[in-house]
Write a protein that binds this ligand. Structure first.
Ligand SMILES: N[C@@H](CCC(=O)N[C@@H](CS)C(=O)NCC(=O)O)C(=O)O
Length: 242
């Protein structure tokens, strides 16, 4: 029966996509075995469970693998419907709005901040930062759209209203990289001058229990970013020598 059985999660401790699933499982009080993956040397289990993309996260419920973080979070919300607060809104229109903004996070916000990290020169980094800040700023309006019922003047604390919901998990899982990006490159992705409500939300989100429980160990994101960068440089050097 849905909501029962043996649950495993294949993840990487610093992966935003895996982190959002871990937060969803935490919200629903689901016990699970967490199996850390090495993406530089993918396990047979990962490749067999997600043969199409070979990416984390993968949730394995009983013997059934579920791939793609957004599909997994929605599955967790439905399969453990009574385990904790609803992650998606009950109202069909609000659900559609939440799905729209969560997709915006994955399609626009994630690539925008990854581009800052990959910039080859300081000039390029400044360009990518400005672009990322514009992408993020657009979510200021989304905050009012998602968190209220459209009639109230006051902002709620979260995209999900009074508590963390689907868009909070989608965007919030990216926040674990923003402080490390600041440490590495001195950049501020959510600029309080340009996006004050979002900056306040980000502080609130990182203070929630659900975020604190999964937060990557200090230094681990910077370390992982270093490994990714070394791999990228090695691949570029190998391509240039062909
Ligand atoms: N759209 C996917 C993205 C997952 C993703 O990009 N995972 C990365 C780690 S953050 C990964 O497994 N990368 C391995 C690879 O690209 O080979 C989701 O939402 O689950």
């Amino acid at each position: 029966m849905a909501g029962e059985g043996d649950v495993k999660l294949l993840g990487v401790a610093v992966s935003p996509f895996a982190l959002r699933v871990r937060m969803a499982l935490q919200m629903k009080g689901v016990g699970y075995e967490y199996i850390e993956q090495d993406l530089f040397n993918k396990s047979e289990l990962l490749v067999a469970s997600n043969p199409v993309h070979k990416k984390v996260p993968v949730l394995i419920h009983g013997s059934k693998p579920i791939c793609e973080s957004s599909a997994i979070v929605q599955y967790v919300d439905e399969a453990w419907a009574t385990g904790g607060p609803s992650i998606l809104p009950a109202d069909p229109y609000q659900r559609a709005v939440a799905r729209f903004w969560a997709a915006y996070v994955d399609d626009k916000v994630f690539p925008a901040w990854v581009a800052i990290m990959r910039a080859a020169t300081e000039e390029e980094r400044a360009e990518k930062l400005a672009a990322a800040q514009d992408v993020v700023e657009l979510m200021e309006g989304a905050f009012a759209e998602c968190s209220g019922d459209g009639e109230e003047e006051e902002d709620k604390d979260f995209f999900g209203g009074d508590s963390v919901g689907y868009v909070d998990l989608a965007l919030g899982s990216n926040l674990f990289w923003f402080q490390p990006l600041h440490e590495m490159f001195g950049v501020t992705v959510i600029d309080a001058g340009k996006a004050p409500r979002l900056a306040a939300w980000a502080e609130r989100f990182l203070e929630t229990e659900v975020a604190k429980v999964v937060a990557p160990a200090p230094g681990s994101v910077v370390e992982y970013a270093g490994k990714l960068s070394a791999r990228r440089l090695a691949a570029a050097a190998a391509a240039a020598n062909k």
